[in-house]
Design a binder for this molecule. Structure first.
Ligand SMILES: [Zn+2]
Length: 250
């Protein structure tokens, strides 16, 4: 994925009025590192970017952004007061979405996260339930994890969303206070105990009366969102909506 990172960097740092140069860089890199779809592993055709057309078509969309009482939103009923909740895709093991998330989290493939963010934003932009968002806030990773991974995957997704929605991202207000042990092998109850009350707002006044769009990569039990929401909802007049790249079918 080094190739994608370098290409993304070079293309971004070039002035917008020099598309020819960016095209040349693309062609140069694809000579030595043919670009592969992270979802199916096939080579990308000319004109395909990050994810091939076939995968884009076959990745299972939830359509939740148009359904206020969708199953994901219902999961939070009685737990936390959220404005709108959606996930763009269904996450299934061995499906087309799982490899994308895996590439983003463990293979340094930020282009995969950027793609997911843009797809999420296109849908949310059209939904009336997510209207009036002031700030995009990615679920924070503990600094220790950022040191290992090099970046926060939710922040990468958020940057893809910002490109489409033209709304600022705030990463220095909602913070994670304590490191959590790996969550993957814990029961739902243990997971909740693990992340409960460990998010705090550095400057709560910044979010007074604002509509916050909280971003996560995958929602499973919802305990991380619930803990973030608890910290955010201490702020007077705040409205919190949630968008994830994927969720388990429910
Ligand atoms: Zn593909």
């Amino acid at each position: 994925m080094l190739y994608q990172t370098i290409k993304l960097y070079l293309c971004r740092t070039l002035p917008k009025e020099r598309p020819v140069m960016s095209e040349l860089i693309n062609n140069f890199f694809s000579l030595f590192y043919p670009e592969v779809c992270p979802s199916c592993g096939n080579l990308l055709n000319k004109g395909e970017e990050t994810v091939c057309l076939s995968c884009r078509f076959l990745m299972p969309r939830t359509g939740y952004e148009t359904i206020p009482d969708n199953p994901l939103a219902r999961m939070f009923w009685g737990r936390i007061r959220l404005n709108a909740v959606s996930a763009c895709y269904f996450f299934a093991k061995k499906g087309r979405v799982q490899p994308l998330i895996h590439e983003l989290k463990y293979k340094n493939n930020r282009a995969a996260g950027y793609f997911l963010g843009k797809e999420m934003a296109k849908e949310i932009k059209q939904s009336t339930f997510f209207e009036g968002v002031d700030y995009i806030v990615p679920v924070p990773l503990h600094p220790k994890k950022i040191r290992v991974r090099g970046y926060n995957q939710s922040e990468v997704i958020a940057s893809g969303m910002r490109e489409v929605m033209k709304i600022p991202i705030i990463t220095d207000n909602l913070m994670r206070a304590v490191a959590t042990a790996s969550q993957t092998k814990k029961s739902r109850e243990a997971r909740w105990q693990n992340v409960k009350d460990i998010f705090v707002l550095n400057r709560p006044y910044l979010f007074i009366g604002k509509h916050i769009l909280l971003i996560d990569d995958v929602i499973t039990t919802g305990s991380t969102i619930e803990a973030c929401g608890n910290a955010l909802l201490m702020t007077p007049g705040i409205k919190v909506s949630v968008a994830a790249a994927a969720c388990a079918p429910g």
